[in-house]
Every structure is written in C-alpha cells, then in structure tokens.
Design a protein around this ligand. Structure first.
Ligand SMILES: Cc1cc2nc3c(=O)[nH]c(=O)nc-3n(C[C@H](O)[C@H](O)[C@H](O)COP(=O)(O)O)c2cc1C
Length: 219
C-alpha cells in the first residue's frame, strides 16, 4: 500500500494562496460534479439560463433536489427569478452542448437572454412557466420549496421539488435509473473542465453480512 505523502497543504497555505489558484484548488478537490443549466424567467417573461455544478440530491420522497447560489454581492438573476416566480427548470448538460452551456455562466445584463446569446433553444410545457433547454437530454421541472442561508460564507442552498421529468430519448431503465451514459451527460471538475463519463462498475446494495472477502493487510 502506498502511504507516501507527496505534498501537504495547510490551512495557512490555503489562506495565503493566490485567489484564483485557491478557487481552482477548492473547486476541484471535492471531485467531479454534475453539470446543469438552470432555466428561469422573471415576472415579465424575460428568460434566463445559467450554468451550475452544485445540483445535488436531497431526498427522493418527496423528490427534492438542491443547488448552491453564490453570495448576493452582484445581482443573481437565477435566484431572484426563482424567488419571484416559484419555479425553475434543471437541464442536464450533454456532450453536444458543453460550449454553449459554459457560455451561459457569463455575466449577461438582466434583459439579455442566455438562450439567444449562447445558441440554445427555449422549450415550454404547460405546468412549469420557466423555460426548458430543448437540446438537453434530461430536463426537470421544479417548484421552489425553501432557501437555506449558509452563514459561513453568505451562499444559500435552494431546495426544490421535482414536478415533472422529460427525456428526449429512452434513457430510463426498467429498474428506475436514468442511463446518464446513454444520455451523454457530462461531469464538471473545477469551473471550466467538462468530462465525458464512462461507467466503471455496478454493485448490489451493500449489506454487512453479504460483503466479498477482502484481503485485509492490517489483520
Ligand atoms: C462550471 C460552472 C459551474 C457553476 N456553478 C455555480 C453554482 O453552483 N452556483 C452559483 O451560484 N454559480 C455557479 N456558477 C456561476 C454562474 O453560472 C454565473 O454566476 C452566472 O452568471 C449566474 O447567472 P445568473 O445571474 O443569471 O443567475 C458556475 C459557473 C460555471 C462555469
């Protein structure tokens, strides 16, 4: 077993780091993230689309999904639209739209729709007023449930309930999994690396009395 430490970074090192170096380090060190576009509109129907890598499962019954919004030091259009209208869409980013999706993170003026500026297509359904991304293979219609302020750094966790799900193709397996590989959904590392994902393995539900025999070196 290789227990060698090649490099150690202390809390002091982190606080003294160049801002962008630290941002890259802390954004990549917690591993690969999901890649989503969140679609909203304001109360006048102006549409907005933004890139998010913090979409996370909260619970399945009721079906809750959350994401983190950065501090309100600048206007956050996604957040203000959600608080105004109470709904939004989450659209998984696929290999075919990584560049367009990345461009949606640019700081556009409120009146400018990222859909038009970044070459993506608005798509609507009856029950959710917010725009979906037509090109996205897996789309969720969400209703806003709660905003949890994170005191440590001024960010907040937005929790929403899944109202409906759209697949552009047969991505749902008989067991209930979404086949993200078939959908060609990508993963993000840091804030600007997009990864094609290939599945390594699938295991049954882990039970203490049904584990394989591991070769434990510390016995
Ligand atoms: C890969 C990537 C992931 C991002 N993830 C988040 C995120 O999880 N939360 C957040 O507040 N901003 C995130 N951003 C930044 C937003 O996309 C950016 O601030 C955008 O302009 C917000 O748009 P809005 O003001 O229309 O909401 C991310 C940017 C990139 C490039």
């Amino acid at each position: 077993v290789n227990k060698k430490v090649e490099r150690h970074i202390s809390a002091d090192d982190i606080s003294e780091m160049d801002r962008v170096f630290r941002l890259r380090l802390i954004n990549t060190v917690s591993g690969y993230k999901s890649a989503s576009l969140i679609g909203t509109s304001d109360d006048r129907g102006n549409t907005n689309l933004a890139t998010f890598n913090s979409v996370v499962h909260i619970g399945s019954n009721p079906p809750l999904i959350g994401f983190i919004v950065r501090p309100s030091t600048v206007p956050r259009h996604t957040l203000s639209n959600i608080l105004d209208t109470g709904n939004y869409t989450i659209n998984l980013i696929s290999e075919a739209i990584t560049e367009q999706s990345h461009c949606c993170s640019a700081n556009f003026e409120k009146g400018v729709s990222e859909f038009k500026a970044c070459g993506l297509t608005e798509w609507y359904d009856q029950s959710i007023a917010s725009p979906y991304v037509a090109e996205s293979p897996v789309k969720l219609g969400m209703t806003f449930k709660e905003k949890i302020d994170i005191k440590s750094n001024g960010t907040c966790l937005i929790v929403g309930e899944v109202e409906e799900i759209y697949f552009t193709d047969d991505f749902l397996t008989a067991e209930g999994d979404v086949d993200l590989g078939k959908a060609r959904a990508v993963a993000i590392s840091g804030l600007n690396h997009y990864h094609r994902v290939s599945k390594l393995s699938t295991y049954p539900y882990a039970r203490v009395d049904g584990l394989p025999e591991f070769d434990r070196k510390d016995k």
